[in-house]
Design a protein around this ligand. Structure first.
Ligand code: DGJ
Length: 733
């Protein structure tokens, strides 16, 4: 890892282990993007500024600045002075002008990695070899008196580059930031395809790859959360990119609210790739002396396909983002009562589930929605975080003690950001719900959203949640969020500051979770949003695991988990064995397949285990043993995608290899059975070619070389939805 600045030549070079990022100054003042790709020692890339190209020649000779501004590959583009592509920054002054031009004003190299105030941020790792360095490039608009700091952090042990932007008002007049993205990158098009993730409730993060055409291709969320529908991830890939081949330029956003990701291909065949806060409805007032920090965007380049990109993200998030002490620990196998009982439960029912759970080897009971206020359905009581003594008749403390006495931990569900119209909280503080004056409040799942831009609301919510956790031995919290934000605005903000609302809301959520972790450092937190509506890198800073989707059907989960694993480690994916037929799609699948797919994440159950047959109970005991046998490998190993059901329509396969390459677990799911088919070759990956691996439970031994080049022969399984777990263990090492 090195950051070098060649002042004479006006070149900035960032080198990670396998990549190089080059920037350069044109005319000593415009900061341009020169190169991002395979690592190079050479920095002499000035010619890439294209000073001889016609646009720039024209600029010099005829003062046709527009031609230059509209073609130059800017490192951080602005609006108003001739660059008509979508900018990184749009700023308005008090006179209403949206004109800006940033000139280079200096740089600084910092040891380490600055944190962000009140927001998730990557950090230098704690182990030797995980240090970080940061390059800060300062740009200024002398008319606006606006200073922009572009931050680039790199790590000793990772190829990602972390970017964020700081704006400082150095003048005496207010400035209005209408758009301030975290990263932009101008490149030549290389026949790019565009990969993004799309879906909806119970169908989150399906991978979509399409040809990048001319124009602006914008994905984003304005729902107040990163959302089920589209994900803060964007990759541009060269034609034919696969897991092992092709160039990949990827961006992921460490943020949990409104975002924009964009690829704009222009008439010169230049691409501008951008990531940041969504500008719709956004406006941040920068008073004299004030500063604004953007969230972080992660950039990853891979010269060898999507596989290395994925593993770079995984290692970045494991070593430089997730703080939880549970990150490297086996999480307790949990049973969640939601799909077992929905709202229809009481203390005795929960204890009966816990008793059965104990016999099967389950380690924690999670009491889901319905334990508080008068909540017997989803129409009421959110905000009233006191135990419902008609259901939990013995009281919460006694219930937790009963469950603990059985040898199980106890976890609880909250939806802290919400309030039901039919709740004591709403009756006492109707103005705490987000609303626009004079309008009917827009209802979502019978509930409103609390205005977390107001500190008194944040404080109240915190106390009401924390006092429940203090009252009993609660070791796990599921933090849910079940609707999107509407009627945006706050009684706590004046008209001039109303554009800050959406970002301030997210800062309120972050503050709540930070306080929770400070007061309860041993708490295992799992974020959730109606399934996977807020599965994002921002939340991973607070919780080491996130509920991936309400759809636990193993076949639906294949595409959901494939998209999630594209950048998030397996150890972060909440995954449970569901009831059959599945409640979301009605599909009937073997219990093994439900379990094997769930074993790819944090493992648990979400069905009424008191109703299992004896045979199913025996199976569950076996699955729990498998979890204990394989979870260290799944959690800490390197992930490889071997085959995708989304692509082939027939089967799915992924593999995890231990860091020392002495063992590997392959999960194979045959979605469809067909007659007269040969066995399938699964070409494995990541093994040591010279090591011989024995397939557990058999006498079959294969060299790593053979498994990776010729492949393992997987026989057809009779019937649909069959699956296998294949565990290979090194023999001769
Ligand atoms: C949505 C979550 O994703 C579910 O797991 C469950 O907790 C329900 N909310 C409860 O309302």
């Amino acid at each position: 890892m090195e950051i070098q600045v060649f002042e004479q030549e006006g070149i900035f070079q960032l080198n990670t282990e396998h990549t190089t990022y080059l920037m350069g100054l044109a005319d000593g003042k415009y900061l341009g993007h020169l190169y991002y790709g395979r690592r190079m020692q050479d920095h002499e890339g000035r010619y890439l500024l294209r000073a001889k190209d016609s646009a720039q020649e024209v600029y010099k000779r005829y003062r046709d600045k527009i031609n230059f501004m509209d073609s130059f590959h800017f490192e951080y583009p602005v609006s108003g002075t001739g660059d008509f592509r979508d900018p990184g920054l749009r700023v308005r002054d008090e006179g209403g002008y949206r004109v800006c031009e940033l000139h280079y004003a200096g740089y600084e190299i910092l040891d380490g990695k600055p944190a962000l105030k009140g927001m998730p941020a990557t950090f230098a790792g704690k182990q030797v070899g995980q240090a970080a360095k940061t390059l800060v490039i300062v740009l200024r608009d002398e008319v606006l008196k606006l200073k922009i700091e572009l931050r680039y952090s790199i790590f000793e042990d990772n190829d990602a580059i972390i970017r964020s932007v700081v704006a400082v008002n150095e003048g005496e007049k207010k400035l209005y930031l209408e758009r301030i993205l975290s990263a932009c990158m101008d490149m030549d098009n290389d026949g790019f395809d565009r990969i993004s993730l799309h879906g909806c409730w119970a169908r989150e993060r399906h991978i979509q790859a399409v040809k990048l055409g001319q124009g602006r291709h914008v994905i984003g969320s304005v729902r107040g959360e990163s959302s089920h529908y589209v994900h803060p991830f964007l990759a541009l890939t060269t034609a034919g990119t696969s897991q092992k081949m092709g160039e990949v330029y990827a961006m992921n956003f460490i943020y949990s609210g409104n975002f924009l990701a964009e690829a704009e291909l222009d008439h010169r065949d230049s691409v501008r790739m951008s990531m940041g806060l969504h500008p719709d409805g956004f406006e941040w007032v920068l008073a004299p002396g004030e500063r604004f920090e953007t969230p972080e965007a992660v950039l990853v380049y891979s010269a060898a396909g999507l596989g290395p990109m994925t593993r770079t993200f995984h290692s970045l998030y494991r070593n430089h983002l997730i703080r939880s002490k549970y990150l490297h620990k086996k999480r307790p196998i949990l049973i969640n009562n939601w799909e077992a009982t929905y709202f229809d439960f009481d203390d005795d029912k929960l204890v009966a589930i816990a008793e059965q759970a104990k016999k099967l080897g389950i380690e924690m009971l999670v009491m889901d929605d319905g334990w508080f206020g008068k909540r017997d359905g989803d129409e009421c009581a959110l905000g009233d975080w006191t135990v419902n003594e008609n259901k939990i008749r013995c009281g919460l403390k006694a219930l937790v003690e009963r469950v603990n006495a059985l040898g199980l931990k106890f976890g609880i569900w909250f939806e802290p950001e919400m309030v039901s119209p039919d709740s004591d909280l709403y009756r006492a503080h109707p103005d705490w719900a987000i609303q626009a004056p004079g309008r009917e409040l827009t209802m979502g799942r019978h509930q409103y959203v609390l205005d977390l831009t107001r500190q008194e609301v944040v404080d109240y919510v915190y106390e009401s949640v924390a006092s429940v956790i203090r009252s009993a031995n609660i070791e796990y919290v599921k933090w849910d969020m079940n609707r999107q934000l509407t009627d945006l605005g706050s009684f706590g903000l004046d008209a001039e500051h109303m554009g800050e609302f959406s970002h301030r809301y997210v800062l309120g959520v972050y503050q709540l979770q930070e306080r929770l972790l400070q007061e309860f450092p041993d708490l295992l937190l799992e974020n959730c949003s109606g399934g996977g509506g807020r599965f994002d890198a921002g939340m991973l800073y607070y919780s080491p695991q996130i509920w991936t989707s309400d759809d636990m059907d193993p076949i639906e989960r294949l595409s959901i988990q494939e998209g999630t694993e594209l950048m998030y480690p397996l150890s972060t994916m909440g995954a449970h064995v569901c009831v059959c037929p599945n409640h979301s799609v009605g599909r009937v699948t073997p219990m093994e397949t439900r379990a094997y797919v769930a074993l790819a994440g944090t493992f648990g159950y979400e069905l009424d285990i008191t109703k299992l047959t004896e045979e199913e109970k025996e199976k569950a005991i076996g699955f729990n043993q498998l979890y204990h046998r394989y979870n260290d490998l799944v959690r800490e190993g390197e992930y490889y995608r071997i085959a995708s059901y989304r692509e082939n329509g027939m089967y799915d396969c992924w593999q995890v290899v231990s860091q020392d390459r002495t063992e590997s677990l392959v999960t194979y799911v045959q979605v469809r059975f067909e007659t007269d088919q040969n066995s399938r070759r699964l070409k494995l990956d990541g093994l040591d070619p010279k090591t011989r691996y024995r397939l557990e439970g058999t006498q079959e031994v294969y060299s790593g070389e053979m498994l990776m080049n010729a492949g393992f022969l997987q026989e057809m399984i009779f019937g649909d939805y069959g699956s296998r777990l294949l565990h290979f263990v090194a023999e001769n090492r």
